[in-house]
Ligand binder design. Structure first.
Ligand SMILES: C[S@@+](CC[C@H](N)C(=O)[O-])C[C@H]1O[C@@H](n2cnc3c(N)ncnc32)[C@H](O)[C@@H]1O
Length: 263
């Protein structure tokens, strides 16, 4: 697709879906769009965009595709083990505030598997203690699934142990649903990481597999916003392919693969 065609699609996507594609890498997004059009069976973008405009189910499918909701509980298990064993003990024992509850944010939480994993981990580490756990995404469809606690596929819960399943999930499945107690531990909200302001004073921000599609400038802005949203000593947990090349430029310091602490 040429640049002119891409610009036209971008402005339609913004108008119809309210999604601004500017912050995403052009080449990757063009490839994704090309492959989506050929899968849709539509002969051209103008025909396809007309369909998206007129048909709500198609709008939903296209939005899901563009925002790429793939997720699972405790995704990259060994990183979560590192979080549990090496990062959380320090965060839980805030000096002088032994019983402090933590402020935790899953930014780009998709259908909720990530904030639910955080809630499960915190319940296991600090039984009975209340923490503030926020889950945000720009995709309303993903958020409504998260608020309903599912459904989750067998693949999405493959890292959940039998004990965790019986403690935090409803009986039955697949598909699987977390129970209402777990849902009540999370505050879900719609938030666009590029356009919206962030809450402050977080102990832990988890933003994984979200920035991979963003341009370098967008990432730079985002890392600054994350740093400002962390309390000093707070930790940012990123995806395996989302290493920050010069964390010191953002007032962050590496504290293990995929983890950065605000200095
Ligand atoms: C691949 S999922 C990652 C879900 C989860 N963090 C994980 O690692 O399993 C990426 C999510 O980022 C969200 N997203 C993409 N761009 C965003 C933006 N500008 N603001 C907020 N969320 C965004 C998408 O809607 C999608 O749900």
């Amino acid at each position: 697709m040429n640049q002119e065609e891409y610009d036209t699609i971008k402005s339609s996507v913004l108008k119809i879906l309210g999604i601004n594609l500017d912050p995403y890498k052009d080449e990757q997004m063009k490839r994704r769009l090309d492959s989506w059009l050929s899968r849709s069976g539509a002969p051209s973008w103008s025909v396809y965009l007309q369909r998206v405009k007129n048909e709500e189910p198609e709008r939903k499918k296209f939005r899901d595709y563009l925002t790429i909701n793939v997720t699972e509980f405790f995704r990259d298990g060994e990183r979560w083990n590192y979080l549990r064993q090496n990062i959380m003990p320090d965060l839980i024992k805030v000096p002088g505030k032994l019983d402090a509850s933590l402020r935790i944010w899953s930014a780009g939480c998709s259908i909720g598997a990530e904030p639910f994993s955080l809630a499960i981990m915190m319940d296991e580490l600090t039984p009975g203690k209340k923490h503030y756990i926020s889950g945000t995404d720009l995709d309303q469809g993903a958020l409504s699934k998260a608020r309903a606690g599912g459904p989750f596929t067998a693949d999405e819960v493959r890292n959940i142990s039998p004990v965790q399943k019986s403690t935090y999930f409803k009986t039955g499945g697949p598909p699987f649903f977390v129970n209402s107690q777990l849902i009540s531990k999370i505050t879900f909200a719609e938030l666009n990481l590029i356009q919206n302001d962030f809450e402050k004073n977080f102990d832990l921000i988890v933003c994984r597999n979200v920035v991979i599609y963003f341009t370098t400038e967008t990432k730079t802005l985002l890392y600054q916003k994350f740093r400002d949203a962390l309390r000093p000593g707070g930790v940012l947990f990123v995806g395996g392919t989302e290493i920050i090349p010069r964390p010191q430029d953002f007032g962050l310091k590496s504290t293990g693969f995929s983890f950065y602490v605000r200095t």
